[in-house]
Design a protein. Structure first.
Length: 192
């Protein structure tokens, strides 16, 4: 499957600024999990260089159109170690507001670092999504960085910590292209 044509539409600091969409998927994860790399791998992003170079944009909701399929929303990364508490709280409110109130949200992709494994914040996010009954899928990143001799064990560990079956987790490597085609297909399916 070719890269998904992700066309940047707009950034927003608040849910109310987002235009309505027919069908939408979104992606969350702690900062440094590999979100930008993964998005670059699954999509051909137009007009995005400009966006990523704008300071502060990574703390906003960034909305893309996937031509003919629906909308993709990139949520700000959570868990910035040095962020002051009030700033963390406002990001959290923005993310939760978006997730709870966005109509036509078909899937929340939760990125988990395949090397580090699920962090406390990742587990909290998963428990919260479950409690709210929001559809979600765990995507493990950086598959290539896990030694091949350790991969089976790591896959079991990640699944156990997330309280999921191994087969529920999509393993990816933006660097080596592992799982990228599969993920493109899933995004299109979730949106349809
Ligand atoms: P973000 O903060 O979640 O957007 O994370 P980035 O995409 O900027 O990635 C964080 C770091 O992890 C960067 O140094 C990337 O080069 C590295 N990285 C991301 N994905 C992969 C991957 O699949 N394999 C490897 N080896 N490194 C990766």
């Amino acid at each position: 499957m070719p890269p998904l044509p992700l066309e940047f539409i707009q950034s927003a600091s608040d849910l109310s600024q987002l235009p309505p969409s027919q069908s939408e998927v979104t992606v969350v994860g702690r900062s440094n999990v590999g979100k930008s790399s993964l998005l670059n791998a699954i999509g051909a992003r137009k007009r995005l260089a400009h966006v990523s170079n704008t300071p502060g944009r990574t703390r906003l909701l960034n909305l893309f159109d996937i031509e003919g399929h629906g909308t993709f929303v990139d949520l700000p990364g959570y868990g910035f170690a040095n962020a002051p508490a009030n700033m963390r709280a406002s990001w959290q409110a923005m993310i939760e507001g978006y997730l709870l109130e966005r109509e036509n949200l078909k899937m929340v992709m939760v990125l988990v670092d395949g090397v580090v494994g699920p962090t406390k914040l990742d587990i909290q996010m998963l428990e919260w999504l479950r409690a709210c009954g929001l559809p979600h899928t765990v995507i493990a990143t950086k598959h290539d960085k896990v030694k091949s001799s350790k991969r089976n064990k790591r896959k079991r560990e990640v699944a156990e910590k997330c309280n999921l079956e191994e087969g529920d987790i999509i393993w990816t490597s933006a660097e080596k292209g592992v799982g990228i085609d599969k993920l493109r297909g899933l995004v299109v399916r979730w949106l349809s």
